[in-house]
Every structure is written in structure tokens, then in C-alpha cells.
Design a protein around this ligand. Structure first.
Ligand code: SAM
Length: 230
């Protein structure tokens, strides 16, 4: 599956330019039987299959992740991925990412190899690969030299705890809808104030959770719990 969409566009050009690297490994290469099996039935019964601890541990060990490299397991029961965590990962040495399949992964390998479970949302995918690609795409675009202008990431959704304001471009009139006058005024202070107000209104309406956290931050009180990029 890899690099898949990560081989195209912004991430793909950065990959070709050597700004980031990807080493995809097949867990089946660590299987020991001639069918290259990696899974077995769940202990205690139930539907589906579970990725075996011994095979997955061997695959992780074969990848020989350098000490200090985050070890992630894509998992719907993991801690939800945030832009703060993405920024922390992008600034680090690059993660080892385990992509689950079937019903999941034997708990003992999660513990024995110190895997940190990360979720990309409250829904269930059929495998961890697409989740890993989403995480990697979000990280890669933050690497120096990947985005065109240095500041293009600074204004985006979540960067200041707010969703992004609405964007417009030509034509000036689309199906009877004009670009808001203030954006054509050339008055940078008015434009900035309008964008701020729009971002605040959108965040309040769509993401009361973020808005509550933002108010907490803007109030200059205790910083939000997650300030480490973890
Ligand atoms: N039985 C598991 C559960 O209920 O939590 C779901 C397993 S899912 C079918 C198979 C794999 O897809 C998982 O092991 C995980 O790697 C990946 N996956 C599914 N949804 C995900 C999500 N929201 N975030 C991250 N990874 C996910």
C-alpha cells in the first residue's frame, strides 16, 4: 500500500527530494511457517483473528528502531491524533508505525514493545495503513522545505486553537455571491480582525470542545494538559 498517495503531490515531491524517507515492511516476512501466517483466533473466543505477539515483535525487532524513536500503533482505541502531536512527531526523529489488521493486536506485544496507540478518529477502518498515511501526511507537510511558504502552516486550523476562517479567490462574483468587501479593502488590520472574528465564530459553532479549550488558553490561565506534543 505504501507510499500510495504519499508518493504524489506535496509529500511525494518531498519523498523524491529526500526530505523524508519511508521504509515499509511486510509483517509476513517475520512469519515462521510456510503459509507465512501472522494471525490466530482470539483467546477466549469471539469473531475474527488477532495479530500474533511473537510475529509482530519479531517484525518490530527486525526494523531495529533507534532508541528514542516513537513507536506507534494505529488503533481506534488510541489517544486521538491532534495537530500538536503531529507537530511534535514532525520535529522528532520519525516514528515506527505498526498498522493493525483483523480484530487487532495481541495486547502483550503492545506492552512488551512499548507501543503507543494512536487513533485518527472515532470510526473503524479495516486496517491501520490509511490511518498511518493520514498521520504521515500531516507530519510531512510540516517538515522544513515541504510547504512553499514558511508561514503557510501558521494560520491553519488548530494552529491557534481555532478553526480556519473562510477563504476566497477570483472571480470576484460567483453565482451572485461576492467576495466579502473587507477582503478587497487592502486594509490589513481590518482583514486580520475579520478573519479572527470568523475563525472564532466558526470554532464556537462547530467545535465547542476546541472553543472551551481556546478560551481557557486565551484567558492566560493554566496551559492545556497536552503541551508536550505527545
Ligand atoms: N477490533 C478493533 C476495535 O474494535 O477497536 C478494530 C480493528 S480494525 C478492523 C483493524 C485495524 O485498523 C486496527 O488494528 C487499527 O490498526 C486500524 N484502525 C481502524 N480504525 C482506526 C482508527 N480510527 N484510527 C487508527 N487506526 C485504526
Amino acid at each position: 500500500m505504501f507510499p500510495g498517495p504519499l508518493g504524489a503531490s506535496l509529500a511525494g515531491r518531498a519523498l523524491a527530494a529526500g526530505i523524508w524517507e519511508l521504509e515499509a515492511r511486510d509483517i509476513r516476512d517475520s512469519a515462521t511457517d510456510r503459509h507465512r501466517s501472522v494471525d490466530d483466533t482470539p483467546a477466549g473466543g469471539g469473531p475474527g483473528m488477532v495479530l500474533r505477539a511473537d510475529i509482530l515483535a519479531a517484525a518490530i525487532d527486525a526494523a531495529a528502531p533507534a532508541p528514542g524513536r516513537p513507536r506507534l500503533l494505529m488503533s481506534p482505541r488510541g489517544r486521538p491524533l491532534t495537530q500538536l502531536r503531529v507537530a511534535g512527531l514532525a520535529a522528532g526523529p520519525g516514528p515506527l508505525i505498526v498498522c493493525g489488521r483483523f480484530e487487532g493486536v495481541d495486547q502483550r506485544v503492545i506492552e512488551a514493545r512499548g507501543l503507543e496507540e494512536v487513533s485518527i478518529g472515532d470510526y473503524v477502518l479495516s486496517g491501520g495503513e490509511i490511518a498511518a498515511m493520514a498521520l504521515l501526511d500531516a507530519c510531512v507537510r510540516l517538515l522544513p522545505g515541504v510547504m512553499g511558504r514558511l508561514e503557510s502552516g501558521a494560520d491553519e486550523s488548530f494552529s491557534a486553537g481555532l478553526l480556519e476562517y473562510p477563504q476566497y479567490t477570483r472571480p470576484q462574483l460567483f453565482e451572485g455571491r461576492p467576495i466579502p468587501e473587507v477582503l478587497l479593502s487592502g486594509d490589513h488590520a481590518r482583514v486580520a480582525a475579520w478573519r479572527r472574528a470568523e475563525a472564532e465564530a466558526l470554532t464556537r459553532e462547530r467545535r465547542p470542545d476546541l472553543w472551551a479549550e481556546h478560551g481557557h488558553r486565551a484567558g492566560g490561565q493554566k496551559a492545556p494538559k497536552d503541551t508536550t506534543g505527545r
